[in-house]
Design a protein around this ligand. Structure first.
Ligand SMILES: *[C@@H]1O[C@H](CO)[C@@H](O)[C@H](O)[C@H]1NC(C)=O
Ligand SMILES: *[C@@H]1O[C@H](CO)[C@@H](O)[C@H](O)[C@H]1NC(C)=O
Length: 509
């Protein structure tokens, strides 16, 4: 009886620490889509009664209870030249560097913000019960964890599951079937593709370890002081990684217990459209098409000739087209509706929607799969190639490269998708498989954050590989030793053979 009471008391204490935790959510990656995903996770936690302080580049117009944004101000007002439409890096190996350059650039911005000062100026004894950190980029903010006295840390990444990040958590590299995000590879690679994939994944691991991280650590020391904890140590101490990966939306992979797949957690249930859009949708007898290049690329940066080509293709179609476009366009065809912002998820969820034309961003392609809407992808950089390639590989999409956009090419691609039911059938089937699950990925992610809160860590879930060097975990040393052994054996045998021959001919000349 006493034991039972004790158990209840323990359970109650456990619950209490979990009810209303005070959480710092560091979400600095300079991309609005990262904010959308992180924000969705934050709101999942707020609904459970937690208090979230989020460090972000994105502002909130509305105030919400228990949601406090500390703005790393001025980030999106600047433009990062290397990311404009015309200078997209096509060499995959140089692209590895681009990401870390962007990260360092973001760090330089963020470390100088008033927002970061605000957080640093919190009272010395102010504590958070847990820190969530988007580790996709900007490792330079790791010292904030020490600043708030090393509470348990949960890492997240909306960037699906980059091999280099899963590797930090001890995930086997799986280079033979885990496509690098910057390629069109699928999980079925040719021998040559496997070589490239292997080299790209290893280049990024080495680049991050020997160039990316040290550069950010050096920068961080200028701001936080010379005595900060080593980034390796901080990283090694992170409990779990909640990732925007899902085996149905991406490719099946083996994951260690400390990586929690919560792919698509940002996708909400479909809400009714605002009135102006609703009447347009009601009148769209031939169905809807959505065209959006996401939150980072701006459609009004497209060249005028591309814009005209696109509009001419749209004008030939009977469907109504929603184009997310950041400024006004003169002489719009009657069936094209331009808006600065579109409730993309709600339009995709409308039964009249037939096609999504997208840059192939992670979140957009996930939404298309969730709602079973076929896609035309115009990928520009990083994971957009992988996301698009994956859909094409599954016969759910067509890729049109930016250079190839002409009125005819675009019109042909659109009519091919609209007239051939294969695309829509395939993606609708995937949609059903994805939605058939024990719980919404957001619920799963919230559970695991609370799990770490309850148990103070998640490190007991680690594979032992997390503490090994890459070459040990991947057994490269063993393979090398065995090959050398074989070589020695071969040399020994041939030595013996030649010696025998020599003796034989001596004895019987
Ligand atoms: C919630 O977060 C805000 C902003 O960081 C902080 O001022 C406040 O003390 C926190 N509330 C609780 C109950 O922890
Ligand atoms: C590692 O995490 C634990 C638990 O959150 C904390 O007590 C410890 O100080 C951390 N150590 C380092 C080096 O970050």
């Amino acid at each position: 009886m006493l034991n039972v009471t004790k158990m209840y008391v323990a359970l109650f204490l456990l619950l209490q620490t979990v009810l209303g935790a005070n959480i710092l959510h560091i979400a600095p990656t300079g991309s609005r889509s990262h904010h959308i995903w992180n924000r969705a996770l934050a709101f999942g936690l707020i609904r459970k009664g937690h208090n979230i302080t989020m460090l972000s580049h994105s502002e909130e117009k509305e105030k919400f209870k228990n949601f406090h944004i500390i703005l790393l101000e001025g980030f999106f007002e600047k433009t990062y030249e290397s990311f404009s439409l015309d200078s997209v890096q096509t060499n995959k190996f140089l692209n590895v560097r681009t990401i870390y350059d962007y990260s360092l650039y973001s760090c330089e911005h963020d470390l100088a913000t008033q927002g970061l000062k605000t957080l640093m100026n919190y009272p010395k004894d102010f504590t958070f019960d847990l820190i969530i950190i988007d580790i996709t980029l900007e490792q330079c903010l790791y010292p904030l964890i020490e600043r708030f006295k090393n509470p348990p840390v949960v890492a997240v990444t909306p960037f699906l599951l980059p091999p280099v990040l899963s590797h930090i958590f001890g995930n086997p590299l799986q280079t033979a079937y885990m496509p690098y995000y910057n390629t069109k590879h699928t999980d079925q690679m040719s021998f040559l593709e496997r070589i490239t994939n292997f080299l790209l994944i290893h280049s990024e691991i080495l680049y991050r370890k020997y160039i990316g991280i040290p550069a950010e650590s050096k920068l961080a020391k200028k701001y936080f002081g010379e005595n900060i904890q080593s980034f390796d140590e901080v990283e090694r101490n992170i409990s779990i990684l909640i990732s925007n990966y899902d085996p149905i939306l991406c490719f099946p992979l083996a994951l260690p217990p400390n990586i929690i797949p919560a792919g698509g957690l940002h996708i909400e249930s479909v809400k009714p459209l605002p009135n102006d859009l609703k009447s347009i949708v009601d009148n769209a007898k031939e169905g809807l098409i959505i065209f959006t290049l996401g939150s980072y690329l701006r459609s009004d940066q497209l060249s005028i000739s591309k814009r005209t080509a696109i509009l001419n293709a749209f004008a030939k179609l009977p469907q109504t087209i929603f184009w997310k476009f950041e400024s006004e366009i003169d002489d719009l065809p009657k069936n094209v509706i331009v808006r600065k912002w579109l409730p993309q998820n709600d339009i995709l969820g409308n039964p009249k929607t037939k096609l999504l034309i997208t840059h192939g961003g992670g979140l957009s392609t996930q939404e298309a799969m969730h709602h079973g809407i076929p896609v035309i992808a115009i990928p520009f950089y990083t994971d957009q190639h992988a996301n698009s390639g994956k859909l094409v590989n599954r016969n759910m999409a067509k890729i049109l490269s930016y250079d190839d956009i002409t009125t005819d090419n675009l019109y042909l691609a659109i009519t091919e998708i609209l007239n051939n039911p294969m695309y829509s059938t395939n993606i609708k089937q995937l949609s059903q498989r994805y939605k058939d699950r024990p719980e919404h990925p957001l619920k799963k992610a919230v559970f695991w954050v609370e799990y770490v809160l309850r148990h103070g860590s998640g490190n007991f879930l680690n594979l032992a590989s997390r503490d090994m060097d890459t070459y040990q975990a991947a057994s490269y040393d063993v393979i090398l030793a065995l090959l050398m052994g074989l070589y020695l054996l071969y040399s020994l045998m041939s030595f013996i053979f030649t010696s025998c021959k020599f003796i034989y001919y001596r004895v019987y000349p």
